[in-house]
Design a protein around this ligand. Sequence first.
Ligand SMILES: O=P(O)(O)OC[C@H]1O[C@H](OP(=O)(O)OP(=O)(O)O)[C@H](O)[C@@H]1O
Ligand code: HPA
Ligand SMILES: [Mg+2]
Length: 168
Amino acid sequence: MTDPLLPHEKGFHVSWDQIHRDSRALAWRLDGKGPDDGAWRAIVAITRGGMAPAMIIARELDVRTVDTISVKSYDHQDRSEATVLKAPDADMMGDGTGILIIDDLVDSGKTLELCRKLYPNAHFATVYAKPQGRPQVDTFVTEVSQDTWIFFPWDMALQYVQPYRGKD
Ligand SMILES: O=P(O)(O)OC[C@H]1O[C@H](OP(=O)(O)OP(=O)(O)O)[C@H](O)[C@@H]1O
Ligand code: HPA
Ligand SMILES: [Mg+2]
C-alpha cells in the first residue's frame, strides 16, 4: 500500500539555525535554576545528539566544565536496549546534584530513564520532547507528536526536490 503521507509531513526537519535558536531558548529557561545560588556545577552531554545543544547551552550559561555520557539506544530508527558505553567523571557527578544533563530529544524516555537511575539528583533537559518521554525530562523547549521523526541537521544534506505539483 502506498503511504498517504509525503516525507515532509512525517518528519520534523530541524536546520542548524533552528537547533541553535532552540538550544539558546533552552539555556535561557535553565538560567539561574541550579541549586547553588542558581549556578550549575557542570554540564553533561548525552552523546552524540546532546553534544551540539550542550555546547551552545554551556556557552550561554558560562559553564566551563563539560563532560559526556555515551548512551546508545538506536541503530538508525530501530530501538534497542539503552546501554552506557562511557560514563562521566564519577567524582564530579556524585548523585547528580547541580549537574545539568542535556540531550537533543527525549522519545520513549529510555535513555533518560537509564541516566536518572545513575544520577537521580541531576536536572535533565532536552531541546525536543515526545509525549511518551515527557515524564523523564525536567525542562524542554518544543513538543512534537509521538509519530513524528525529528531529523537533525547533522543527519541531513541539501538536495534537489521535485516541485509539489510535479509529484504523482
Ligand atoms: O528517549 P529515547 O527513546 O531513549 O530516545 C532518545 C535518544 O535517542 C537518540 O540517541 P541515539 O541512541 O540514537 O544515539 P545518538 O545520539 O548517538 O544518535 C537521541 O539522541 C536520544 O539520545
Ligand atoms: O525522532 C528522532 N529523531 C532522531 N533521533 C531519534 N532517536 C529517537 N527518536 C529520534
Ligand atoms: Mg542520543
